[in-house]
Design a protein around this ligand. Sequence first.
Ligand SMILES: [Zn+2]
Length: 90
Amino acid sequence: MFLRIVLIAAAAYFSIKALIWLRRYVRAQIARARVRDRREDPALGANEMVRDPVCGVYISARDALPATVNGVTVFFCSQECLKSFVERRG
Ligand SMILES: [Zn+2]
């Protein structure tokens, strides 16, 4: 009888521990995913480095010339690159 109570108590203790660990793990994964999303969004953050698709140069998003092409924001290092990108697309 006593042994059974100890076993039930132990089982309850470990399942609560497992639940707490699982919740912490899920939260950590969500936080990590948020950081990843922020990094991959080229429209956010002035310190982000973006690549000019014309000359291939990397520039900070703050200094770049943004242009929206088919709903996607593309960044250029100069008016010349922006112009040649537009011309190349017809
Ligand atoms: Zn360029």
